[in-house]
Design a protein around this ligand. Structure first.
Ligand SMILES: *Cc1c(COP(=O)(O)O)cnc(C)c1O
Length: 393
């Protein structure tokens, strides 16, 4: 345990990158805390000294414990967790495992992420699956009442994003889960931007499957992600790919697929990265997802309010429940120019382009937002400095 659990000053002091620039990019790749960086480096050193397989054997218990850590974070069970390379692959392993066929309907949300939507379109083209979009409510989040009205016998999947990549809104995942459960329809939740940022409880939400990434709000290493599949659905989902880790070759013409969520994994993985991810999860649990959400919420509100008061700047976040992603546009500057200019001043934001959430962005007639992602290592002073820098543009 580190001093990092003690509050904002300690969280910041525990983040080596925090002083070099104003890093407002937790929604792209957050800054890793020291224990995560140290854990990854130490394992690389061990691999260099004694060899990759030998190093893995030495950390076998820690690797096994990673399932328990991820399960604790999500209020799941260890055998419901699969570790994969990123959130997209996690989501894919669940989505492409579903036996969708001609005329089956997938219900999704307006702000659905590009990679997910491309997969829907591929299955529309390949198998005749039908995509239906649940409209937003007056505040711009998915409308659960509209979703309920769209349920019929043909709906075979509800797949939505918890926190869209292009804005501060939090979709009402638990309301969706209640509807999905009542109708007996599987619910795949893209929690890539919410896990690590706020408490995410799969039992309370009622999702069947959930995908998450390591490098965003969880502050883990790049190239890490995980999938949750609820116990009663694991054996109903045949993974799109199998290998000798996900299954056992039991005879000349037989194989047996793993009975737990490791059926969605593959054999080779970045051991150092997974140890770093476990450390990042444990670190988030040490601070506490509630405290993380509260701190991020305070900073995001400060940024949103400050930007909202600037002439020529329009905050673009929708929804009643907001989070640590703050998006905005500028009257005179394209998002790419704005972000480039701020980068030269040491304020790191990203652009959320239309191609990431096309239905939402095309509907709003914009081709990109400047996007900030706050985290516990950011300070009020940084938020104020970022607002001042934007005011000077
Ligand atoms: C970033 C993001 C993803 C993709 O995550 P990867 O780890 O890059 O695969 C999926 N969904 C949303 C909403 C995202 O913001």
């Amino acid at each position: 345990m580190t001093a990092a659990i003690d509050g904002p000053a300690a969280w910041r002091a525990d983040t080596p990158g925090a002083e070099s620039a104003i890093h407002l990019n937790a929604c792209g790749a957050a800054l890793m805390p020291n224990p995560v960086v140290d854990r990854v480096k130490a394992h690389l050193d061990l691999e260099a000294r004694i060899g990759g397989y030998e190093a893995q054997a030495e950390v076998a218990d820690e690797l096994a414990a990673a399932y328990g850590s991820a399960a604790r974070l999500l209020n799941a069970r260890a055998h419901e967790i699969a570790f994969v390379e990123n959130a997209t692959r996690a989501w894919d392993m669940a989505f492409y495992a579903l036996p969708l066929g001609p005329g089956d309907v997938v219900l999704t949300a307006v702000a659905e992420y590009a990679s997910n939507f491309i997969a829907f379109l591929q299955m529309q083209r390949r198998r005749g699956v039908e995509i239906r979009i649940v409209p937003d409510d007056a505040d711009g989040a998915l409308d659960p009442a509209a979703l309920r009205a769209m349920i019929d016998d043909r709906v075979k999947l509800i797949a939505i994003t918890h926190v869209p990549t292009n804005g501060g809104l939090v979709n009402p995942a638990a309301a969706v889960g209640a509807i999905a459960r009542e109708a007996g329809i599987p619910f795949l939740l893209d929690a890539c931007q919410s896990v690590g940022q706020m408490p995410v409880d799969v039992a309370a939400i009622g999702c069947t499957m959930l995908s998450a990434t390591g490098r965003k709000f969880l502050r883990g290493p790049r190239g890490t992600g995980f999938l949750y599949v609820r116990e009663d659905w694991i054996e109903r989902l045949e993974p799109p790919f199998l290998d000798l880790h996900a299954a056992r070759w039991t005879g000349a013409d037989s194989f047996e697929i793993a009975g737990d969520a490791t059926r969605f994994e593959n054999w080779e993985f970045d051991v150092a990265g997974r140890l770093g991810l476990k450390m990042a999860i444990d670190y988030a649990l040490d601070i506490g997802p509630d405290r993380i959400a509260a701190r991020i919420g305070d900073l995001a509100t400060r940024l949103r309010d400050g930007l909202g008061a600037l002439p020529g700047v329009t905050v673009r976040d929708k929804g009643r429940q907001r989070c640590g992603i703050v998006t905005f546009t500028h009257d005179r500057l394209a998002a790419t120019d704005l972000v480039a200019q701020l980068g030269r001043e040491g304020v790191r934001l990203t652009v959320s382009g239309a191609g990431s959430t096309r239905l939402d962005m095309d509907g709003r007639g914009v081709d990109g937002f400047a996007r900030a992602g706050l985290h516990v290592y950011n300070s009020e002073a940084e938020v104020d400095a970022a607002i001042a820098a934007i005011a000077r543009l």
